[in-house]
Write a protein that binds this ligand. Structure first.
Ligand SMILES: [Mg+2]
Length: 272
């Protein structure tokens, strides 16, 4: 049964005890590549920030707000990719984390609301050839009717889960792992920073939430176990402790909540 359940899960091929799932934009990268495109070659920062606020307050869902952002960018797709490769930077400690993960049989799976071709191009340019060892699950891009993606106004986003208000419902992939039989199910980590991670937050054993970001408030309110990270050096340190058995995911999550309550999570604590 275990074999059958894991047959379509590439990250299970090496029978890992731990898997690290992660958001891409603003988590692995320092800037959000989609925000960057929208602000600089799309309809601009002001409209984009308003869209984010409307998503948080529930006026519009993430999928529709994100589609509007992408529709405001008309440059040919190949130019968009090059523009981002030239401008987006990686968290300075991610590479070190990823090397450790490769050496310790901790598969890294990227779950993103961005488009796969952009994410793969950025990872390849920023991490190097090893980036191919990371599984990337995101949304897609397609040509508009009668056009090619590499002409002006020629592309549009194609959502992985068009029926979901998230566009890509990250919980779908995560549940394939969390529902595995007890004897094969790995311990699941997740790292994220924002709205696009809400659909993932409840599904893993330990969530790393980026310091000073909205995801922390959500996790504390919804009692989702989390720990706070500033950059990938703190994620690496904590993962090492857990993988080496020096601490448990439960203790790490408890620490996260204590840090939040003490006001050390870069965000004002709310007590309900
Ligand atoms: Mg993000």
């Amino acid at each position: 049964m275990g074999v059958q359940a894991t047959a379509n899960l590439p990250a299970m091929k090496t029978n890992p005890k731990f898997i690290f799932f992660t958001d891409f934009d603003g988590t692995i990268t320092l800037q959000d590549s989609n925000d960057y495109m929208t602000d600089n070659i799309g309809y601009g920062r002001e409209k984009r920030v308003q869209g984010n606020q409307d998503t948080l307050s529930g006026k519009i869902n993430f999928r529709d707000s994100f589609r509007e952002m992408m529709e405001s960018v008309s440059k040919p797709y190949s130019e968009c990719i090059q523009y981002l490769v030239d401008n987006i930077k990686l968290d300075p400690h991610f590479k070190e984390f990823f090397q450790w993960a490769l050496e310790n049989n901790v598969p890294v799976v990227v779950l993103s609301s961005g488009m796969e071709p952009i994410i793969k191009a950025l990872l390849k340019s920023l991490v190097g050839p090893d980036a191919e060892k990371m599984e990337v699950l995101g949304n897609y891009v397609k040509a508009r009717p009668g056009k090619s993606i590499d002409e002006e106004g020629g592309w549009e986003i194609e959502f992985r889960h068009p029926e979901s208000g998230f566009g890509h419902d990250k919980s779908v992939a995560l549940r394939q792992y969390s529902s595995l039989p007890e004897d094969v199910r790995p311990t699941m980590f997740y790292a994220g920073d924002g709205v696009s991670d809400l659909s993932a937050a409840r599904e893993t054993d330990l969530l790393f939430a980026k310091k000073g970001h909205d995801l922390i408030t959500y996790c504390a309110k919804e009692s989702v176990p989390f720990t706070v990270f500033g950059d990938w050096s703190s994620i690496l340190e904590k993962c090492k402790e857990i993988v080496e058995g020096k601490t448990t995911v439960q203790d790490a999550a408890h620490e996260g909540f204590e840090a939040y309550k003490a006001g050390k999570a870069g965000i004002e604590p709310i007590f309900s």
